[in-house]
Design a protein. Structure first.
Length: 149
C-alpha cells in the first residue's frame, strides 16, 4: 500500500521500523510519522500483520543429526577433495620429471668446467709493434718458457 505522498525512503523506514532495524533517533521520527499519518499507520499495521502471519505458519524444520555430524561430513569432503586435487596434480607431472634436476646439474657442471679451464695456465701471446712474444708456464714443473719473434 503505497501512498502518493510517501517517498520510497519513508516506505523503507517504515518497513525497517516494523522489523526493528532502526536506531533510536530514526525510530522516534518514524513513530511520529505513523502517529500523524493514517496511510503510514495502515502500512505499518499491514506489515506487522504479515510478519505475524509468516511467523505463525512457518514450518518448523528439525534435523535428525547434530551440527557436529554435519561439520564432520563437510571436513571429510574437504579432505577428500584436497587429496583428489593432489593426486590430479601428481598425475599431471611431466613424464620426464628428472629433467627438472638434470638441467641445473648440467649448468653447475658447465660452470665448474669453465672455472677449471680458466685456472690452467696456457700460452700467453703478446704483440708489441712487429715483434710478438709467447709465454708458457707449467706450475707442475715450475718452469716458464718465453718465445720472442
Amino acid at each position: 500500500m503505497k501512498a502518493n505522498f510517501m517517498s520510497d525512503r519513508q516506505l523503507l523506514e517504515i518497513m525497517a521500523y516494523a522489523d526493528g532495524e532502526l536506531d533510536a533517533s530514526r525510530r522516534r521520527e518514524v513513530e511520529k510519522r505513523i502517529a500523524e499519518d493514517p496511510s503510514a499507520a495502515a502500512l505499518h499495521q499491514e506489515l506487522i500483520a504479515h510478519s505475524d502471519l509468516l511467523r505463525a505458519h512457518e514450518p518448523l524444520g528439525t534435523v535428525p543429526e547434530t551440527r557436529e555430524f554435519y561439520w564432520s561430513q563437510i571436513q571429510r569432503r574437504i579432505a577428500a577433495e584436497e587429496q583428489a586435487a593432489a593426486r590430479a596434480k601428481a598425475a599431471k607431472a611431466p613424464a620426464f620429471g628428472w629433467l627438472r634436476w638434470l638441467a641445473p646439474a648440467i649448468g653447475v657442471a658447465a660452470v665448474a668446467l669453465v672455472v677449471t679451464y680458466q685456472q690452467r695456465p696456457g700460452p700467453t701471446v703478446m704483440a708489441v709493434g712487429e715483434a710478438s712474444s709467447m709465454t708458457f708456464t707449467s706450475e707442475a714443473d715450475g718452469v716458464t718458457i718465453s718465445w720472442i719473434n
